[in-house]
Design a protein around this ligand. Structure first.
Ligand code: A2P
Length: 328
């Protein structure tokens, strides 16, 4: 296959390059795209140097699939070019997730939806992926009606600028220098910021709205109600989520444990608990702290943690292509 990655130099794009190799996608040619600032640089794929190029119709032509790892604005700008090239666009941004004819896919949960695409498939939000991977096995026992989610999101969710900002702020504080803030709305070093995305009219942020809207589409539960609070924490990699949920019928701890143990892509922890340092740089979502919820009758509470650059973004996107190829 001839594959392109737009945003190849970013946190997610770089990871996509590795995931193509790890998931044994048959890549005949790889074209890497970034901003004009990066043109002239090279990146390694299977020990070979690949030149970074600027996006152009000419260089998109001939590709079978293009992965998007850029902002929603750029994804919208490049979509017509990718579609004109006749390539499948698997996009990691939020640009097309709500569109009716764009499948929104977590392969373990709704992989079959990918086949209904019309040229574009969207990769869900990173916290949504971590939370739904933990919730889906329970939803299979009885449909989830309500969920309360709090997220603890790593700085790499904001890309390389987010990683750099936490690193630089820690060093500035150690050296007694002034702290500079750019990627986040407040100092993130030694702090928590309960605001991610943009402000909505109902008091929730755009990031918080994604958990409900994307959850409904992926789980095929149009009535699902979600209250979500998204918090940025000074962790480099791996998002964590605390979830309380109530299903249509009560679900026992034993039934949930068994479902979680058997579900692909999950590591269920009966002993110990999931933590970002343990879940980084691998594809499993760890789920633990499973207990009865004290507010939702017959409901459950749990904690989950997963690498949001991998399963929350790059690995999930490449897995979508893997699913499509498996049926060819
Ligand atoms: P570049 O490295 O040249 O700026 P992150 O969110 O991790 O910072 O990644 C953003 C990605 O989007 C980078 O690969 C960045 O490339 C890329 N990018 C930024 N602007 C453009 C553009 N106009 N066209 C294509 N890619 C872009």
């Amino acid at each position: 296959m001839k594959i392109g990655i737009i945003g190849a130099t970013g946190a997610v794009g770089r990871q996509m390059i590795d995931c193509l190799d790890e998931q044994a996608i048959p890549v005949e040619e790889l074209r890497l795209f970034a901003s004009s600032r990066s043109v002239g640089r090279t990146m390694k794929f299977k020990q070979k140097d690949v030149a970074i190029e600027a996006v152009s119709q000419d260089r998109l032509n001939g590709l079978d699939a293009v992965f998007g790892a850029v902002s929603a604005e750029l994804a919208k700008e490049y979509r017509p070019l990718i579609q004109k090239a006749g390539a499948l666009f698997i996009d990691n941004s939020s640009a097309f997730r709500a569109e009716e004819d764009v499948p929104l896919v977590i392969p373990e949960i709704n992989g079959a939806d990918a086949f209904a695409h019309h040229g574009v498939i969207a990769n869900p939000n990173c916290s949504t992926i971590v939370a739904l991977m933990a919730a889906a096995p329970i939803a299979n026992i009885s449909p989830i009606e309500k969920m309360i989610v709090s997220t603890y999101q790593a700085v790499s969710g904001a890309g390389i600028p987010g990683l750099r900002e936490l690193h630089d702020q820690i060093h500035s504080i150690e050296e007694g220098k002034p702290v500079e803030t750019e990627a986040f709305p407040a100092q993130i070093a030694y702090n928590c910021i309960p605001f991610i995305g943009s402000e909505g009219t109902d008091g929730y942020t755009s990031e918080e709205a994604k958990m409900q809207n994307e959850g409904r589409k992926i789980l095929h539960l149009p009535e699902l109600r979600v209250t979500c609070t998204c918090v940025r924490v000074p962790v480099f990699r791996s998002h964590s989520v605390s979830v309380s949920l109530q299903c249509k019928e009560p679900v026992s701890i034993e039934a949930a444990e068994q479902a979680l143990r058997l579900y692909p892509g999950i590591r269920y922890m009966k002993e110990g608990y999931p933590m970002p340092l343990d879940t980084s740089d691998q594809d499993l979502v760890y789920v633990g702290r499973l207990r009865e919820d004290k507010v939702f009758d017959g409901g459950l509470a749990l904690f989950a943690c997963g690498d949001q650059i991998r399963k929350g973004a790059a690995s999930n996107a490449v897995q979508i292509l893997r699913v499509l190829l498996s049926k060819e």
